[in-house]
Design a protein around this ligand. Sequence first.
Ligand SMILES: [Zn+2]
Length: 553
Amino acid sequence: MRKFARLLPLVLLFACSTPRKADLLVYNATIYTMDSAFSTSEAMVVQDGKILATGKADELRKKYKTKETLDARGKFIYPGLIDAHAHFFGYANSLRNADLVGTTSWEEILTRLQEFAKTHPDGWLLGRGWDQNDWPGKQYPDNKKLEELFPGRPVLLTRIDGHAAIASKTALDLAGVRAGDKIEGGEIDLLEQGIGSAETGPKMLSGLLVDNAVDLVSAKIPDASKDEMVRSIAQAEQNCFAVGLTSIDDCGLSVSDVGAIRELQDAGKLKMRLYVMLSDNPQSIDYMEQKGILQTDRLTVRGIKLYGDGALGSRGACLLQPYNDKPGYLGFLLNRPEHFDSAAARIIKAGYQMCTHAIGDSGNRTILNIYGKYLKGKNDLRWRIEHAQVINQADFNLFGLHSIVPSVQPTHATSDMYWAETRLGAGRVKGAYAYKQLLGQNGWIPLGTDFPVEDISPFKTFYAAVVRKDASGFPDGGYQMSNALTREEALKGMTIWAARANFEENVKGSLEPGKFADFIILDKDLMKTPEKELLQTQVWMTWSNGEKVFERK
Ligand SMILES: [Zn+2]
């Protein structure tokens, strides 16, 4: 019926043969529309920020008189990409921090920090992106050097996964953290050697903090000024447009962040479309219960983000059996199961999506069972498990049974593949990063990056999902290839399935009449480009709402 209604005006147009006015004709392209038939077309017409028609250029020229035309020069057009799990505000903030990604030793970090401190001489010294797995010896450092190099200055250096950090002595003092302090859902590490004798003397803080312990210190960091924030967000947005993203799921923002987004979007200063999960705190729950779902053209707020457990790299993931490389140690949940249960009861009542970070097989089982208690079988509430990283073979079917959406990040597989088996052992690792197996549960799966934990580029996601190798082509033949996705599946995961994970599949995720004119023009055909060249894919243009927001000069 709807289809017929759409055709009717065209029939009338033919009858009087006056071309209809529209804004833009894009032609000379291969347009992957991402419709249900996975069809391509060579041209499309845009009007008022939406797709009006797709088809043959000749025919569209006869039917429409457009103000502008765009020759796509034979390039490839896709719907604007959607990152189903990222931290857009976190990324914007990270642009003000020392970049520690790719450092290969503690010494290199110290050098980068000294360099950064030359241009950022005052206040907190913040860095992000280290990974001790990339260093010789893979040992966590202690904070002694930080106090030597930056005496009296609070320093906080966050691990690449955001689940651990090294704090300087000054930072720990400011936060009032002392040796021997305990915190639920976190760890405050002590040096092996106490002062004096290891047995009798008081132990000293090493500076390493895990999960909830990190928050003790990060809570003391003063907020950026509004000007600084607006500048960082503008830069973050431009970086994201340049890699083809037009929608981002921000997984864990405060109610006041939502206010800032609305203010920027209303003022035309933020064009990125954002789907927001509110952080798990009383203000968010109040907002959810009082305001309900918020949906504008560029902003959706309808999820609460909870943390089930930590991350595998920092051994904070909660496992059913001990870590392979830490006997007797299971990791931990970040909250008691009762907390997730009572949150679920309120979230289901409000019609929101529950979106819970779960990495370990025990973390996942706990959350799957709590979801199941409320969802009670097939449903369309689209509750999500973020990461769904290590799943016990007996638990995969719970995703299908209760229509639970596994929201996964393929670059995590290729970032973790070097050491995941060391943590998990050969048997358990088979249920890790099992994207194809998870896809089989509901027949669809959204993909994300988790930036700034990973790089923002969605082409890395595509490559990791399909090829399952690192940039150097390791390992030969790909990592656990039975869980690779096809190119078509990966692309759907970054477009229409990502939209679906946000209840937005009727307005975005494909280039079909009536949907937002969010599209990207690429120099490569993602369906056909040889594997080796996929990572070199470049965005020529990004359009959002029928407006060009990025062009590579
Ligand atoms: Zn995340």
